[in-house]
Design a protein around this ligand. Sequence first.
Ligand SMILES: [Zn+2]
Length: 330
Amino acid sequence: MEQITAAELQPKLTKHFAKLINEEHLAHAYIFAGPQGVGKKELALWIAAGLYCPHIKNGEPCLKCTECKRIMEGNQPDVVFIAPEGLSIKVEQIRFLKEEFSKSGVESNRKFFIIQDAEKMTTGAANSLLKFLEEPSGQVTAVLLTTAVNQLLPTVISRCQLLELPALTNSQMTARLEAMKIPKEKALVLGRLTDSVQLAQELAQNANFEELCKNVCQWYLQILQGDWRCFVDVQAKLLPLLSGKKDEQLLLDLIVLLAKDLLLLHYSQKKISFTAFNEKFVKALQPFSTQELVTATELILGTRKRLAVNVSFQNVIEALTLELCRCYHG
Ligand SMILES: [Zn+2]
């Protein structure tokens, strides 16, 4: 699987920056803010490639030549990448950066640096960086990446152009997760469960994830088919896969996702996220009206509220099972 590119993750922003590169209107310093996984680093490297690539076309780097590859791999001496050492970015790291950039005879006049997790700069590091931003030597572009822009010093924010990167769409999330070697079927479900790559990765590591998806689908099929084992299976097949509140939350999220998917399947024949079960649900839904599906979805969406007042998760899911059976089968 090829690595996912900035143009796929943030197509609007790469277009925006291509224009700026083309017109040589790039600002001196940027802050890219946004949740983990939205493509902040990819975008920064893409811009760097746009500045050095000899085959640039309308401000867009080719991403294939040696120069582009060196930048993407972190082997271009004029493009410096700084990340926290331990818990913070220390003043020595910023000093090192300044020294690197003051050396003449590195490959070109143009310098580019990226600071990852910029909110982790110590006050000393941030102040040192500020001085650097105030007295730039030559053509220097700085990009600060952060997931917590409110933790940056206001003086740093005011020296930079702040860009908030939008969250990924479902399909971008899925592509991103696939690029991380998560199997397609699993990536599809994860991409629809959350817009946080970090959370999706955590969920992907849950050893019971696939089993839970499968059992949720089978449980719901039993409900639709009026198979009363669905009630027993709450305790026999769903709950044993959960350990702790987080997993309970995940089970609920999966049930909600399935309910929404079934509405979409009913209205617009859109395939459900749990692709292996799509055909079975197409058949199982046939006897039911829109009204029944909507009522069932409302029951499911109301579960979270009931959990807040009811201590027993098992009770809540069993009660939901009975109500769903009543809703579908009278
Ligand atoms: Zn290139």
